[in-house]
Design a protein around this ligand. Structure first.
Ligand code: DLZ
Ligand code: SF4
Length: 509
């Protein structure tokens, strides 16, 4: 019984469940469609990455003898969405008798897929995505009956389940988590080894021309695209990271340096999230590097924690809590997103650096995302909808399952504390400790109310003051509130006036 096997743009893995029993008379469908390319205004690099990786993946499948139905992007086409593409394929290949797909990463599109059985009057098989280590029933079982769903406990279960960095029942080195050893500031003269980049081949060059033609207004320049677009090159990029960068990644995971957008980060989230890299393979390589004495434990553990802890945890939460999760706006944040999130023209050096890296590479590392663009959005009460759409659009590794919990929950605390135990609000002092940006900034990080004061400072106190009701009793913020209360009434009034003035002139910062 011949089947239509639908493969989405973030399902580019040879081990994809729906490909496992593919037969010669099955038809494999990959479709570049307007709805997926424009449901947010994706960065140019994200579209190039997905389209080019889809074309390369299809070429390999074809070489292996599979029948392919590949739909190239065409702005005039009647095929505007994945459902249209399925309709087209079923018309072209009338012998097909059922549809198979691996569960989709985003709720939005999964809802559309759920209608296919009725719409096409054919059996539809949706396979669990076992490229993730924790399947969704397992996550639901873990979450059941718990008052708080903390990543740390989930992570420990994943360590036990996978056996990664374990000695029997105990964690390697005696501690589960070396997060406190991941927070060193980076000396500015430490030698940097950049991630591997790849010159575009003919297939990518064609996609670059297409994106220049049809997505000219989107963020970024198509002409400096250097990501890997095949599994083979993505694996090369990852092994380069393990051999050259991972040893330092542990110490400097949270550090930021002027004009060093990558530091010791792997940037492999871009590859693993569209399927070019396999999580288990990556973790095994990192564990081997530790066992061979090439990298210290805090680096290996810190990296594995991101993959089998945080990444799996946010995916589980997303599917557990959608669609309601997307509606949360616990701090009533509605202020429009300032233009500098798109163009980066601001005197705030930290913001300028985070947005520049975003524009240049469709990438910025987790502390840029959490503690600069995210922290600013939290403090200034920027619209949850606009901020989450921005993150989904501008990062090459962003799909809603990973973006929404990280942004709405972690950065904006809009879910009322499902994900984080306190808001990640910070003044300029944190950014100064973790970077050399403040030394190179027009604003003075030590000032709060003066004309040249760092905008993060007054906004930070204003945030605490505004949300005293919600957070005043949170033990993790007790010290911050005590410091606020210690200030004289006139000091408080001056800080709140400065914050109000800052909020009124966000576009001029
Ligand atoms: C992100 C993306 C883009 C830009 N374009 C396509 C596309 O044309 N066809 C496709 O199948 N997938 C694309 N994707 C990835 C999907 O949006 C992604 O598979 C879903 O959001 C589910 O995670
Ligand atoms: Fe950012 Fe403030 Fe430091 Fe400037 S002084 S870089 S605005 S934290």
């Amino acid at each position: 019984m011949a089947r239509l096997i639908v493969i989405l743009g973030d399902q580019l893995s040879p081990a994809l469940p729906s490909l496992q029993n593919a037969a010669a008379d099955d038809v494999l469908l990959l479709a570049e469609v307007a709805s997926e390319a424009s449901y947010v205004q994706h960065h140019k690099h994200k579209i190039i990455l997905i389209f080019s990786a889809m074309r390369h993946f299809a070429a390999v499948l074809q070489q292996q003898g599979y029948q392919l139905c590949y739909i190239h992007y065409d702005s005039q086409s009647q095929i505007k969405c994945i459902t249209d593409a399925v309709q087209h394929a079923l018309t072209q290949y009338p012998h097909l008798q059922s549809i198979v797909i691996t569960q989709c990463g985003e709720y939005r599109l999964q809802q559309e897929i759920n209608n296919w059985q009725q719409r096409f009057s054919l059996p539809l098989q949706i396979l669990s995505d076992d490229r993730f280590i924790c399947d969704l029933p397992r996550f639901t079982r873990w979450a059941q009956g718990k008052k708080q769903l903390r990543m740390e406990y989930f992570y420990r279960e994943m360590r036990r389940y996978t056996g990664l960095l374990m000695q029997g029942d105990t964690p390697e080195g005696g501690k589960w988590n070396y997060d406190t050893d991941n927070r060193k500031a980076c000396p500015h003269d430490l030698q940097q080894i950049p991630p591997l980049h790849f010159a575009p081949d003919d297939i990518t060059a064609k996609v670059i021309a297409l994106v220049n033609q049809h997505f000219a207004a989107n963020m970024g320049s198509a002409d400096n695209f250097r990501y890997a677009v095949t599994g083979k090159d993505a694996r090369r990029a990852f092994l380069h990271f393990v051999q050259q960068q991972l040893a330092q990644f542990g110490d400097y995971q949270d550090a930021m340096l002027l004009d060093q957008p990558f530091l010791f980060h792997s940037i492999c989230s871009v590859y693993v999230n569209c399927g070019l890299l396999d999580v288990r393979w990556m973790c095994n390589k990192v564990q081997q590097a530790y066992q061979q004495g090439l990298v210290p434990l805090n680096a290996a553990e810190g990296f594995i924690r991101q993959l089998i802890g945080w990444r799996e945890y946010v995916r589980g939460l997303y599917w557990l809590l959608m669609p309601d999760y997307k509606q949360h706006n616990g701090l009533n944040a509605e202020r429009p997103l300032p233009g500098f999130y798109w163009h980066g023209n601001t005197q705030m050096r930290c913001m300028q650096q985070a947005v520049k890296s975003t524009i240049d590479h469709a990438y910025s590392h987790h502390i840029h995302r959490l503690m600069i663009t995210g922290n600013f959005a939290l403090l200034a009460g920027l619209s949850v909808k606009q901020v989450t759409d921005w993150y989904l659009a501008v990062y090459a590794d962003a799909y809603e399952w990973v973006e929404l919990p990280n942004t709405l929950g972690m950065a904006l605390f809009a879910d009322g504390g499902v994900l984080a135990s306190k808001p990640y609000a910070a003044s300029g002092a944190y950014i100064n400790r973790m970077s050399n940006y403040c030394k190179n900034c027009a604003y003075n990080v030590k000032h709060t109310t003066e004309a040249d004061a760092c905008p993060f400072n007054a906004l930070y106190w204003d945030f605490l003051h505004r949300h005293q009701q919600q957070f005043g009793t949170n033990p993790r913020l007790a010290l911050a509130f005590a410091n606020w209360q210690k200030r004289s009434d006139s000091d408080k009034a001056a800080i709140l006036a400065k914050a109000a003035n800052t909020l009124n002139r966000l576009e001029q910062l």
